[in-house]
Design a protein around this ligand. Structure first.
Ligand code: GLC
Length: 570
């Protein structure tokens, strides 16, 4: 029946009572990423803030998230959306103040949500007191200052390129150069310096004492550089980040820092976590970050980068699970974040992109491990691809090389209501213009509509909480499936679930794997592709998953809709 496929989520209160705090909570947690600037604005200045985020936390509870990750809200000149911190213990006035941070953490805890904050240890802002001192000639050891090369020192010390394009070095008034792997406003810290290490331990304690449950560690693979800062020897280095070890990323020395941080986290009990934003060249290298004495999670970007292709996805799933299991950790799946094109758009334009995005989400949520959800993906928001140049703020766009510089397109403030300035984002406007179509994609517009992406996410997360086989464990049991289709079984605590994913653009017939629990294809269009093949006649949804099932007898077959994922009770 249709309503079996999109059963309404249980009330948040029931869920909270049903899921008391469990040890190792992060291992299968669903963590919702709030990009603070674009989530909810309480004061009408067009920029999201901590108070706005706190007021909207019930949305996360209704969705079924276990935790929230907040992007940086610290004092910052905002040269890179707050990833350029000038005071690690202060809240930027644009986002509120320390009391707002405290309120947010307390409210989240009251609602049963854990709170992860971002920490940015690879670099500071160029306005940080340490860098200002360095420019004045004091304490330069905390950064990477070097003389230039060439006859008059007018060439950079080596050939490293900034992730945002252009050289990774900038020259200062006295003729020396400093390293910045990102924007010039983000000078890289020198982690060989004891004072740098001590300061960050103190900053971590500051936020742990305030009650946060963990840290998302920005550029966790970058803090240590190869000794001697050797040349790389070719250009377009950024393209190699995910496939090759570079002298500025994924150096073995970073692990010593993560071990020290783990000891610090553990001194606060066993529930505070560290999650690495680490770009490593292989699943094996990434797994090193989640060894038992290091961090708890590391984003699996290999999965995020994988094309919509059955063989490739299966390989990534196998590689990821094998690598993390080998060190006793779980995998951390992610499809979208504030740095990449939203997966709705990445998977293809228009309806196909949305269909695949919904299927990819159900697949992700059926796999063992933790999953991150980026604000707005639960609304099926597409990337905004036509922002005018003058509103763009991504520093990579200004530098015009390196990264595509289009990260503003996934950072457009999200719509909450169908009316009002900025569709409920706040009482004023929004720092990036929202497409008018987004009124129909708002939380308000989608709530209660069983075909909506929001209700799909709510149902999926409710089922994930209720079904022991979802999220738990560390392996999948692949089942035979036709080309272009993935099928696997998950088992835990005597319960079993089968997940099928049809990655082809047409319907595929299969022996019925069980009773359908949830389908990513909207009920009214569950077999839209098939319907098109049938001359546009959309069959009744309940028949689509059991259309050869005259009497429920064994041997029945089902049609999987194109680009769809179905969870089956088996
Ligand atoms: C990380 C952040 C990104 C930021 C960069 C520099 O990759 O996710 O937004 O620009 O680090 O801090």
């Amino acid at each position: 029946m249709v309503h079996e496929l999109t059963s309404p989520a249980p009330a948040p209160d029931d869920l909270r009572r049903a899921s008391p705090s469990k040890p190792g909570w992060w291992r299968d947690a669903v963590i919702y990423q709030v990009y603070v600037r674009s989530f909810a604005d309480s004061d009408g200045d067009g920029i999201g803030d901590l108070r706005g985020a706190r007021e909207r936390l019930p949305h996360l509870v209704a969705l079924g998230a276990d935790a929230v990750w907040l992007t940086p809200f610290y004092a910052s000149p905002q040269a890179d959306g707050g990833y350029d911190v000038s005071d690690y213990r202060a809240v930027d006035p644009v986002f509120g103040d320390l009391a707002d941070a405290d309120d947010l953490v307390r409210t989240a805890h009251e609602l049963g949500l854990r709170v992860i904050v971002d920490i940015v240890p690879n670099h500071t802002s160029d306005q940080h007191p340490w860098f200002r001192e360095a420019l004045a000639g004091r304490g330069r050891r905390r950064y990477h200052f070097r003389p230039g090369t060439g006859p008059d020192g007018s060439l950079p010390p080596n050939d490293w390129e900034s992730v945002f394009g252009g050289p990774a070095w900038t020259r200062v008034a006295d003729g020396s150069w400093y390293l910045h792997l990102f924007a010039p406003e983000q000078p890289d810290l020198n982690w060989d310096d004891e004072e740098v290490r001590d300061e960050f331990e103190s900053v971590l304690r500051f936020w742990l004492d305030l009650g946060v449950d963990g840290f998302r560690i920005d550029v966790a693979h970058g803090m240590v550089k190869a000794p001697g800062l050797p040349d790389i020897g070719h250009r377009e280095q950024v393209r190699l980040i995910g496939s090759q070890q570079l002298p500025f990323f994924d150096q073995d020395g970073v692990h010593e820092i993560h071990r020290a941080w783990r000891r610090l986290l553990d001194s606060y009990g066993d529930e505070r976590i560290g999650v690495a934003e680490a770009w490593a060249p292989s699943a094996e290298r990434l797994a090193l970050y989640v060894r038992p004495d290091e961090l708890h999670q590391a984003f699996n970007f290999q999965y995020l980068n994988c094309p919509w292709d059955a063989d490739a996805l299966r390989r990534v799933v196998d590689d990821s699970l094998r690598a993390t299991t080998s060190v006793g950790a779980t995998t951390t799946w992610v499809l979208s974040n504030h740095d990449v094109v939203r997966h709705t758009t990445r998977y293809g334009a228009g309806a196909a992109g949305l269909r695949r995005a919904r299927a990819a989400t159900l697949l992700m949520l059926a796999l063992p491990g933790s999953a991150y959800v980026y604000q707005g993906e639960e609304l099926g928001l597409p990337e905004v691809t036509d922002l005018p140049d003058e509103v763009r703020q991504d520093p990579a766009f200004q530098r015009g090389e390196g990264q595509d510089g289009l990260r503003d397109g996934c950072r457009v403030p999200i719509p909450w209501t169908s009316q009002g300035p900025s569709y409920g984002f706040g009482p004023g406007g929004s720092w990036l213009p929202q497409p008018p179509e987004w009124r129909d994609l708002s939380v308000e517009a989608q709530t209660g509509d069983p075909a909506s992406t929001l209700e799909l996410y709510r149902s999926a997360l409710a089922l994930r909480r209720a079904h022991p086989a979802l999220g738990a464990g560390d392996g999948v049991e692949w089942l035979p499936a036709p080309p272009g289709v993935l099928a696997f079984r998950r088992r835990a605590e005597g319960a079993a679930l089968i997940c099928t994913v049809n990655l082809t653009p047409g319907p595929v017939r299969l022996p019925a794997p069980g009773r359908p629990l949830l389908s990513s294809a909207p009920p009214a269009g569950a077999c839209a592709g098939d319907a098109a093949a049938l001359g546009g006649k959309v069959p009744a949804p309940a028949r689509e998953l059991a259309d050869d099932d005259p009497d429920g007898a064994e041997g029945r077959t089902v049609l999987l809709a194109p680009d769809s994922c179905v969870w089956w009770a088996s």
